[in-house]
Design a protein. Structure first.
Length: 565
């Protein structure tokens, strides 16, 4: 191989797969070495398209199909002198001779390489469901998929069933609902967007229902019965859903069979690479959805099917091939993601409770419900944030946000803090842009840091809604909201003393507690923290409900509160 100074013979790059990682590697290689021979092999019809924009084309927000196509072989040849070959599928790899076997419409041939970069991506999971081969069933992963779904919509489709309520499934449901279809969303997990914490998924589910989308959570499609005018999707609970189109979005698996068979070491089907994207075979690199990566927050190893990390990995692989002395390692991903759901923005970064539990990491969880800008300025909207921090030292491990405004900004800040290895205390010191129009002097990120610091130093003890029902017979539940709020719904057996009256009514609390511990709650956790400090310093064994009633209502059964009215 050669460096970018052009000495020696030109480097022959062969890149398998386009879109994010592959095209990023190709473009970076060309910018570093004008003499390199760069060939991109793409088995499909598009080498560079906006796969994240597909649902918005189906929903009509992206008007023209051509807007999805970012580059063509002609534009890439003209701009970067890259040889892009569509309809070329790699069917074999011989690492000893440094050749790949390529199949196209004319037959098969061998292609030599000095550096081989594998970015084959992932393929949609196809569960063993009778009727899944119906022509009304499609994934939503390619331009052709999006065109077919939009054609079905414009052709008179009235009912759609989405199998899988991950990011693509939720986006597809929203898109089809915007087109006026009767939409049903089916998810095997207990709630939509399974990576979300339960309390964060609850408002998302409410928003989907408010949009008129039917939710079927905790069930699976058992069969698809093809019909003359429509199909019928049969769910495991016996529900039957008519469908003019079905979107299959139940997950993906790395598309690596050819390369694993050729000796590329894999883990559960995903290619294993080092910090520079190198596989176990000499001169063979890999990136994107088809590689296993170590999650920065939890340490778990898994593929991370996100465009941002794939783009960056492709660029860094080209750096390592052409200027190894200066190449930076590929960073461990934090998994930052965002999705629009109706009027809500839903975003996350780092680990969630499931992944942290699997990794055996001890952590604390913080809930807060701040306004997205100064509450006194018109239009302030409340958001919900949840943070996980390592118990031993407060290291930030993950965060999620849901709200109508300001969520993207806060999650991006928290993703940056997580990447930098911040502890939760350090969030207090972030100097973030402030104007009443855009934020608060104590930004929600700063507030999260203050809560985390309070917990870490012991001035705030938190208890969680998940444990509340088990505790309510053992402790005194002290509701410190106003009488009006209390009357609108409260826990059975709770005692209501507003936090502003608490100091003068401690004897009442002592009498009601009868020696039991006291657990304070309010609307969002702010007033109950004040009450907790009063109680603790008065000698009570006290704690505050994390996130208050806003979080409790998202976690616990609504019947609990209705019975108390």
């Amino acid at each position: 191989m050669v460096s970018s100074d052009g000495a020696g013979a030109p480097t022959k790059f062969v890149i398998v797969g386009g879109v994010a990682a592959g095209m990023s590697a190709a473009a970076r290689a060309r910018r570093l070495d004008e003499r390199a021979e760069i060939t991109v092999l793409e088995r499909g019809e598009y080498v560079s398209f906006a796969n994240c924009g597909l649902p918005y084309y189906v929903g009509g927000e992206i008007a023209e199909r051509d807007q999805l196509v970012l580059h063509t072989p002609l534009t890439l040849k003209a701009a970067l002198n890259i040889d892009v070959r569509l309809g070329h599928e790699v069917t074999g790899l011989d690492s000893a001779s440094r050749t790949v076997t390529v199949k196209n419409a004319e037959g098969s041939h061998e292609l030599a390489y000095d550096a081989l970069i594998l970015t084959p991506g992932a393929t949609a999971l196809r569960p063993s469901i009778p009727g899944l081969d119906s022509p009304r069933v499609r994934t939503l992963r390619t331009v052709d998929d999006a065109v077919a779904h939009r054609a079905a919509v414009t052709g008179g489709a009235a009912k759609a069933v989405i199998l899988g309520a991950g990011f693509i499934g939720v986006e597809a449901a929203e898109a089809l609902r915007l087109q006026g279809l009767d939409v049903s969303l089916v998810e095997l997990a207990p709630h939509v967007l399974p990576p979300l914490e339960r309390e964060m998924a609850a408002p998302v589910a409410a928003e989907l229902c408010g949009m008129g989308i039917g939710l079927h959570e905790g069930v699976v499609a058992e069969a698809i019965e093809p019909g003359t005018t429509h199909d019928t999707v049969v769910l495991s609970d016996g529900t039957r859903l008519d469908a003019d189109l079905v979107v299959l979005s139940v997950g993906v698996r790395p598309d690596t069979a050819v390369f694993e068979g050729a000796g590329v070491e894999c883990e559960r089907g995903a290619m294993i690479v080092d910090e520079h994207g190198r596989t176990n075979l000499p001169g063979v690199y890999a990136a994107g959805d088809a590689v296993v990566q170590q999650d920065r927050a939890s340490g778990l190893r898994r593929p991370v099917p996100l465009a941002g990390p794939a783009n960056r990995a492709g660029r860094l692989i080209a750096d390592h091939i052409l200027r190894p002395a200066h190449a930076r390692p590929i960073p461990a991903p934090v998994g930052t993601a965002i999705v629009r759901v109706g009027s809500l923005t839903v975003a996350m970064t780092g680990g969630n409770a499931v992944s942290l539990d699997r990794a055996g990491i001890s952590y604390r969880t913080l809930h807060l419900h701040p306004a997205h800008h100064a509450s006194y300025f018109p239009g302030a909207a409340q958001m919900s944030l949840v943070l996980h921090v390592r118990a031993e030292d407060g290291l930030l491990l993950g965060a999620q946000g849901v709200g109508t405004a300001g969520v993207d900004k806060r999650i991006d800040v928290l993703a940056t803090a997580l990447r930098a290895g911040f502890t939760v205390d350090e969030l207090i010191d972030l100097d973030l842009a402030y104007s009443p129009v855009y934020g608060s002097a104590k930004d929600p990120v700063n507030l999260a840091g203050m809560i985390g610091q309070n917990v870490g130093e012991g001035t705030l003890r938190l208890r969680y809604a998940q444990d509340w029902e088990a505790l309510r017979n053992e402790v005194l539940i002290l509701d410190v909201r106003s009488p009006e709020e209390f009357a609108a719904g409260h826990f059975p057996g709770a005692v209501n003393i507003p936090h502003t009256e608490l100091r003068d009514r401690l004897d009442e609390v002592r009498s009601a507690a009868g020696g039991r511990a006291v657990r304070a709650l309010c609307g969002s956790g702010v007033r109950s923290h004040i009450a907790h400090r009063v109680l603790s310093q008065a000698g009570f064994d006290s704690a505050s409900l994390s996130g208050g009633m806003l979080t409790a209502r998202a976690v616990l059964s609504s019947e609990l509160f209705e019975a108390a009215r």
